[in-house]
Ligand binder design. Structure first.
Ligand code: ASP
Ligand code: MG
Length: 437
């Protein structure tokens, strides 16, 4: 059997069903086995999240259920059972104790279960031998971190290969749920928001796929968020490493864990726009002589300045600060250090726990804390980005609160209100003007 191709359809792309059917048919014309992975239909996961946030609100649950039902006409008998189960889960929320994380993941997983049943029925009607597959039943195993779990590849491999292999050899098109798997404890575990990309890359890696296509409604990967930067343009290609940095620095196009399984197996990811084959970003091994630049902005963030008397005489201070924050489960977004100054960048809700965790230092080591200051983190990603340092506009440098750089990512913390301007200024010199020359 030829290596299969994985086609993942995002929730928004499923709204254009005719195009999805055409896309699947075109891929099948290649005489290659196809595995489809689907997200929940657009808005469904948001509704389920909202229902979980209002566990006692019968009215909200009723309207969510009605809206979700309308999005999934023509379900199979099994598919209709997903709706019944969702109604039952809502009743459980209304009457029972507070939902724990595994119960929340069970609720959230219903969106993808409904989507694959609905999509498989629609594909069948169009003559494609599609079969809905639920990833937890298939044996996609994850760790027990509900809400943000990781796929366990060694544990998942045999069952996923066997289950999907059987369908593929019979000439069928499995339509598999994205977004979740089954935890080591045997419960439903979601991979985090946007996790269907990760599920698709993971399944592709397990099957040794020829390629994995992440099909979006409109855009491929752009050089910046077009809502922030009117001059943003599609990036034709990115290396695995560049794409990984981009996802970590908050570009919402890709789930941050998507890249690693593809990189480990040398599978090229094609992020493309439904029905517009020209708008495509390939993510693969890095090649010399390419210059890609992508920009992101993270905000709102807060910056704390720690002044350390005697700076260099306290060699363990950086470790101590990060250990104290880590043990309070405070996540450091960025850290800038000089000998007597440590600048910490945190999410706003982490400032209070962070300050509490650091309080002993202010007493014992006479560390002085200034801030919190409101900042935005503007990041430029691209192999060889250090060579761009001399092109950073003076206006950005003048207002910078901190700066960090590796050969792949360069980021600047600026006062929050200057974030959008700094982003556009950097995009102008590093993307738009570079193109023109
Ligand atoms: N449906 C999930 C979400 O909206 C997973 C995904 O779309 O990738 O986050
Ligand atoms: Mg979605």
């Amino acid at each position: 059997m030829k290596a299969p191709r994985v086609l993942k359809f995002g929730g928004a792309s499923l709204s254009d069903l005719d195009q999805v059917v055409r896309d699947v048919r075109a891929a099948r014309a290649d005489q290659r086995p196809i595995v489809v992975v689907a997200s929940a239909r657009e808005g469904v996961t948001d509704r389920l999240t909202d229902a979980l946030a209002h566990p006692r609100s019968e009215a909200r649950h009723r309207s969510a259920l009605a809206a979700i039902r309308v999005l999934h006409p023509g379900l199979s008998v099994g598919g209709r059972r997903h709706l019944t189960r969702l109604a039952r889960l809502f009743r459980l929320l209304e009457s029972g104790p507070r939902a724990d994380a595994p119960l929340a993941d069970r609720v959230l997983s219903q969106g993808e279960r409904l989507a694959v049943d609905w999509l498989a029925q629609q594909l069948q009607r169009a003559g494609v031998p599609a079969v809905p597959v639920e990833a937890d039943h298939l044996g996609l195993i994850t760790d027990n971190t509900y809400g943000a779990s990781c796929i366990l590849f060694d544990r998942s491999g045999p069952a996923v290969r066997q289950g999907l292999g059987r369908l593929l050899r019979a000439g069928q098109v499995p339509v598999v749920t994205g977004y979740f798997g089954r935890s080591l404890e045997g419960r439903v575990a979601t991979l985090g928001r946007g996790g269907s990309d990760y599920a698709a890359a993971g399944i592709g890696a397990i099957l040794g796929a020829e390629r994995v296509d992440l099909v979006k409604r409109h855009v491929a990967v752009l050089s910046a968020d077009p809502n922030e930067v009117p001059g943003a343009r599609p990036l034709p290609e990115l290396s695995y490493e560049e794409a990984e940095e981009l996802a970590q620095f908050g570009a919402r196009v890709l789930h941050p864990l998507t890249i690693e399984p593809a990189r480990a197996h040398g599978i090229v990811l094609h992020v493309r726009s439904l029905g517009e084959p020209r708008v495509e970003t390939t993510i693969g091994p890095s090649q010399s002589g390419r210059r890609n630049r992508a920009l992101t902005v993270l905000r709102p963030l807060r910056l704390l300045r720690l002044r350390v008397p005697g700076g260099r005489q306290r060699p363990g201070i950086v470790a101590e600060v990060s250990e104290r924050l880590a043990s309070a489960k405070v996540n450091l977004v960025q850290l800038y250090t000089s000998s007597a100054l440590l600048c910490l960048v945190l999410a706003p809700e982490e400032v209070m726990p962070g300050l509490r965790a650091l309080a002993p230092l202010t007493r014992e080591a006479a560390v002085m804390v200034e801030g919190p200051f409101r900042v935005a983190l503007v990041t430029v990603i691209g192999d060889g980005v250090l060579s761009d340092i001399d092109r950073i506009p003076g206006s950005v440098v003048a207002s910078a609160e901190g700066f960090s750089a590796t050969p792949r990512a360069l980021s600047v913390a600026v006062p929050e209100e200057e974030g959008p301007l700094a982003l556009r200024a950097l995009h102008r010199v590093l993307v738009e003007e570079s193109l023109a020359t």
